[in-house]
Design a protein around this ligand. Structure first.
Ligand code: S3P
Ligand code: PEP
Length: 430
């Protein structure tokens, strides 16, 4: 097992490219694999989760990978028994469970690692209420796909928006469509919008009225254009923003398109600006003005819609001049790890005072002006906890060691190299 030794940085590059959106890569891969016409996808996020989705759609699609582009469409000959290793991708497991429910044949979906214990029961219950034959054999989910009549479903919105994305991918295959009512509180709502927007790019008609969504049945996926370029990922670029803002150097981040962003992820910019980080936004980039002396204001933020920016925002809070509060994030315990505990562990290592309330999904951070470090963080192979640990370590006064960091490849396999380009001193110790 290797360790990372994080030992400060000297700012070098001033322009860097944001990695492509993971959430949009997965959505376009799945929709394209269901499309009757060929679709070209470029600038994909090549993390482990993309490979999970590619393995997942292979049995029902024709797919050609050339360089970093993918050409893909629905396959003509459908395999009747499909065995799919979905790795640790929650989105892939949940949406394929839905989509395969409406495609004839038996599918065995095999989650790995932490995904084995992440919630699925309410999605399985909802699909059973539509008469889908679905069961669990140990960690494996078996879906017997067939023509589904459709109907009305009321589903809990507090655990994962991916349950709803799953039903949205299934609905066009049903005879009469699905009406979904999401029971509040609804978490991660903009990710549902992101799925709806992608479905619309594939000519699927979706009607939305608040938390009631109707998708008509017997619709065909057919891309509205033949090529989609995946834009940059604001939830990942947020780590660059924190490093620049607190590291005291200016950084231009390209490949960030405001008009294509998922609101849950874009909102990082809004919160950072409200704390006093200086950010200039352009059509396809942001410019961060770093400062070692600027005082950041503490804020209160309900991040129920934005679970993936909690980690970088907590780093900004740790260096603000007072007590900040994040609420609405009870769903962080259902991710690749219990992220509320992970965040608390990192902030304590850095020297900030932090309190978490798991039941209510609240994090309180008392900012400090010196980030101490000089400790070991177990990042439990959760990619976003690894990123937070590394950026926190780079900003600390004393070296930080990170163990169980290899899970970074889920969304950003090149993270460490990119940071080295920016001047980070990171050693991998075998
Ligand atoms: O649909 C998506 O792409 C995602 C939805 C969110 O999960 P939940 O809806 O489970 O909160 C988010 O945390 C995850 O990283 C990506
Ligand atoms: C939780 C995440 O993804 P997923 O749920 O798709 O595994 C994530 O990327 O942080």
């Amino acid at each position: 097992m290797s360790r990372l030794l994080i030992n400060g940085f000297e700012a070098r590059e001033t322009v860097i490219e944001a990695p492509p959106s993971k959430a949009l890569t997965l959505r376009y891969l799945l929709a394209s694999a269901l499309s009757r016409t060929w679709v070209s996808l470029s600038k994909l996020n090549w993390g482990d989760d993309a490979w999970s989705m590619i393995r997942g759609v292979k049995p029902i699609s024709e797919i050609e990978i050339r360089g970093d582009r993918v050409r893909i469409r629905r396959g003509v000959s459908l395999e009747r028994l499909r065995v799919v290793d979905v790795g640790e991708s929650g989105f892939t497991l949940r949406t394929l469970t839905g989509a395969y429910s409406g495609i004839e044949g038996v599918t065995l979906l095999m989650p790995r690692g932490s995904l084995i214990d992440r919630p699925m029961d309410e999605l399985i219950g909802a699909l059973r209420s539509l008469n889908v034959k679905i069961d669990r054999i140990g960690s494996i989910i078996r879906v017997v796909g067939n023509r589904v009549v459709g109907g009305y479903i009321m589903i809990n919105g507090s655990v994962s928006s991916q349950y709803i994305s799953s039903l949205l991918y299934l609905a066009p295959f049903t005879e009469g469509g699905i009406e979904i009512s999401i029971r509040p509180p609804v978490k991660s709502r903009p990710y549902i919008d992101a799925t709806i927007n992608v479905l619309r790019d594939f000519n699927i008609n979706v009607e939305r009225n608040g938390d009631t969504i109707y998708v008509g049945g017997s619709q065909e996926f057919k891309a509205t254009i033949d090529e989609f370029m995946i834009p940059g990922d604001y939830s990942l670029a947020a780590y660059y923003i924190v490093l620049s803002a607190l590291g005291g150097f200016d950084l231009k981040i390209i490949n960030l398109y405001r008009d294509k962003a998922i609101e849950s992820e874009y909102s990082f910019i809004k919160y950072a600006v409200s704390m006093g980080v200086e950010i200039e936004e352009n059509k396809d980039s942001v410019l961060v003005r770093g400062s070692l002396t600027r005082e950041l204001k503490p804020i209160d933020a309900d991040l129920g819609d934005s679970p993936d920016i909690v980690m970088p925002l907590a780093l900004l809070m740790a260096r603000s001049s007072g007590r900040s509060r994040i609420t609405g994030v009870s769903h962080l315990v259902y991710k690749e790890s219990n992220r509320l505990r992970g965040i608390a562990g990192i902030l304590k290592c850095l020297g900030a005072d932090v309190k978490i309330d798991e039941g209510n999904g609240v994090i309180e951070v008392n900012g400090v002006n010196r980030v101490r470090g000089g400790c070991v963080i177990d990042a439990v192979n959760d990619h976003r906890i690894v990123m937070m640990s590394i950026i926190g370590g780079l900003l600390a006064e004393e070296p930080v060691t990170v163990v169980n960091w290899e899970g970074i490849s889920k969304s950003w396999p090149t993270f460490i190299w990119e940071l080295e380009k920016l001047g980070a001193k990171i050693q991998i110790i075998q």
